[in-house]
Design a protein around this ligand. Structure first.
Ligand code: C2E
Ligand code: MG
Ligand code: MG
Ligand code: MG
Length: 293
């Protein structure tokens, strides 16, 4: 193109735009190869009882083990996977791997706790999630009670009949339903109760505010009391400090998750935590025998 090209034409050849487009196309191609080469894997992050620190469940978080880039976080590829529809195939891999891992842990003799799976709204089209999950549960002989599904608050907004129908089928299977990143969307608690959601996972942004302002605490307290009044349980996401944990215990928040308790880890490390079971340091209830003498 010559220097005299008009602005309209320049915009058409905008190098930034064409780079973005070609890298999107490249990234999509790479994700397809990653599926074929089995480069996706799951990390696991514990969720514990806010008071006792007992391990209650763990969240499966996808990682892409890229031969050159190393571990790539979901923030780098899940949005494109969603917009291209590839999330349906990637999501099926996640479901399969989570169930396979539960079966492997069972075979290793550890006491199992449920695995919580993140699901994108696109995966719900045409009954996808229920079909994929039922298949994996029977393939690995894992009971549905060991699976929980997390769906973001924003994904549940509007009248999306296919999503509502799938949520109902999941519930009928015996799967517990969690609202992820609660507080970032615009849904009302009564709407979530109508959808029979079991658990609210309050977004990390609100946990961060706990130690900073009185309002932060008041807001969290309001969520907890309303959720409890409506029969839902509350999880605080992104707990990073002892202070945040102490405040949450005072607010009667049910469960906590975050770097303060444990970071997401590979399956092997998770097994150690499953054996330990109680993940918060606690002052001993009674003096040790050695200290009495
Ligand atoms: P999410 O489901 O809200 O998961 C929580 C994210 O916060 C995770 O990031 C986790 O590593 C991070 N996190 C946990 N505790 C702390 C903390 O104390 N401090 C901070 N700063 N961060 C913390 P990750 O693993 O990068 O995942 C990001 C998002 O990607 C997830 O948000 C979820 O929406 C999505 N995602 C992850 N795995 C999957 C998957 O298998 N399928 C789908 N559809 N989405 C997934
Ligand atoms: Mg989640
Ligand atoms: Mg979340
Ligand atoms: Mg999130």
């Amino acid at each position: 193109a010559g220097k005299n090209d008009g602005k309209g034409q320049y915009r058409f050849f905008d190098p930034a735009l064409s780079n973005t487009l070609s890298s999107r196309a490249r990234l999509k191609q790479h994700m397809l190869e990653a599926l074929e080469r089995d480069q996706f894997m799951l990390f696991y992050q514990p969720r514990v009882d806010a008071r006792s620190g007992e391990l209650l469940s763990m969240e499966a978080l996808i990682r892409w083990r890229h031969p050159e880039l190393g571990l790539v976080s979901p923030g780098e590829f899940i949005p494109l996977a969603e917009s291209t529809g590839l999330i349906v195939r990637i999501g099926e891999v996640v479901i399969d791997k989570a169930c396979a891992q539960l079966a492997a842990w069972r075979a290793a003799g550890v006491a199992l706790v449920p695995v919580s799976i993140n699901v994108s709204p696109k995966q719900f089209l045409h009954g996808g999630v229920v079909r994929q999950l039922s298949a994996a549960l029977s393939k690995y002989r894992v009971p549905a009670s060991l699976i929980e599904v997390e769906i973001t608050e924003s994904a549940m907004m509007g009248d999306q009949d296919d999503i509502l129908a799938e949520l109902a089928s999941l519930r009928a299977l015996g799967v517990k339903l969690h609202v992820d990143d609660f507080g970032t969307g615009y849904s009302s608690l009564s709407q979530l109760q109508r959808l029979k959601m079991d658990v609210l996972k309050v977004d990390r942004a609100f946990t961060m505010e706990l130690g900073n302002s009185k309002e932060g605490k008041v807001f969290f307290q309001a969520i907890v009391s309303m959720a409890h009044a409506l029969g839902m349980s509350v999880v605080a996401e992104g707990v990073e400090t002892a202070e945040q944990l102490a405040i949450l215990q005072g607010l009667d928040c049910n469960e906590v998750q975050g770097y303060y308790i444990a970071r997401p880890v590979p399956a092997g490390e998770m097994m150690g935590m499953m054996r330990r079971r109680f993940l918060l340091e606690r002052a001993p209830q009674q003096p040790c025998l050695g200290e009495l003498t």
